[in-house]
Design a protein around this ligand. Sequence first.
Ligand SMILES: Cc1cc2nc3c(=O)[nH]c(=O)nc-3n(C[C@H](O)[C@H](O)[C@H](O)COP(=O)(O)OP(=O)(O)OC[C@H]3O[C@@H](n4cnc5c(N)ncnc54)[C@H](O)[C@@H]3O)c2cc1C
Length: 351
Amino acid sequence: MLDYLVIGLGLAGISFCEQLEKHGKSYTVISDTSQTSSLVAGGLYNPVILKRFTLAWKAKEQLDMAVPFYTDLEKKLGVKLNYPLPVYRRFASIEEQNLWFEASDRKGLAEFLSTKIHPNKNPNIYAPFGYGEVLGTGRIDTKLLVSAYKKYLRKKEIFLGERFDPDQLQIEKVHIRYQSLQARRIVFTEGFGMKQNPFFNYLPMQGSKGEYLFIKAPDLKEEKVIKSSIFCIPEGGDVYRIGANYAREDKTNEPTDAAKSELLKKWDSFIRCDYEVIDHVAGVRPTVSDRKPLAGQHPQYHAMYVLNGFGSRGVMTGPYASERLYRSISADFSLDTELDVARFTKKHFKS
Ligand SMILES: Cc1cc2nc3c(=O)[nH]c(=O)nc-3n(C[C@H](O)[C@H](O)[C@H](O)COP(=O)(O)OP(=O)(O)OC[C@H]3O[C@@H](n4cnc5c(N)ncnc54)[C@H](O)[C@@H]3O)c2cc1C
């Protein structure tokens, strides 16, 4: 009898497995590659919403947990995952500069927004109004994290690389059975794949597709993350990841020509050097109608849990939400109401 069966190995699955490892629980993970969000993510951790100059939900608490979490994983997996990098918000006007200054005075934001305006020094970027710098930011190599974690689990013989079929799940009184496995609890961490999960598809996940282009630009020589109408993230070796867009209707993981044109149009509006597109990736962010994560117990089946809804902020949300979920399962601790799927229980009984 296992303590846990975990379904899905993206940022949610990995962060929950880390809780299980920390507390000495036995578990097995089943995951396929039907969803790609954690594989294509830009991997940025950034406490500020740069469109509106506001603080992301629980940003400080999340950031305080996230950086040590990934640093510990680097040691455990023996790979480099964390690249601390400044994020520079390109200003489009004097008005935006003023809004930045106003924001940098606000409680909570002051420690993350530098009050200095940085003039543009890169001749290959058009940025006449300069930049504001966000503090405490960086990038996690999420693709490498997923592959290194999978390798780690395979070595321990606790990973099955296949689709989980909900029809084969047997729910007993105090445990579950799946094929030859038995576990006290099952936790679904399926990202947008949750839409196909009959136990949790009552939850209001919308999904938002995003695409990135990889650009080779030997003359750009930019080491900071630039946020203009899109992000430009330096990946090393004169390669930059640019994007991502947000698409509502298409829920596939296929790159599209329409997104490529949209991204290049935005890129061309502020870049002034030659480049070549060398790759193009896409994935669906697991976004929720109220923009909060989904964590907690199934309203009917008490051995069943979900951890999902990380939207466009999985890097920072993962360590925080998984810790809260684990504590709520194992100790007398209530989940934050904003996180708890109990906020949608009525939808379950209506469906
Ligand atoms: C273009 C783009 C850019 C992004 N940029 C950033 C960023 O810069 N910073 C940031 O923090 N976040 C970013 N995100 C968001 C981030 O990727 C997500 O929040 C996070 O990866 C979600 O992780 P997850 O584990 O919930 O889902 P996923 O990564 O989708 O993982 C779920 C796993 O479960 C598997 N699965 C699903 N159903 C089944 C089943 N029935 N059987 C077996 N396995 C199953 C899937 O195949 C997958 O492996 C970005 C996302 C996209 C798409």
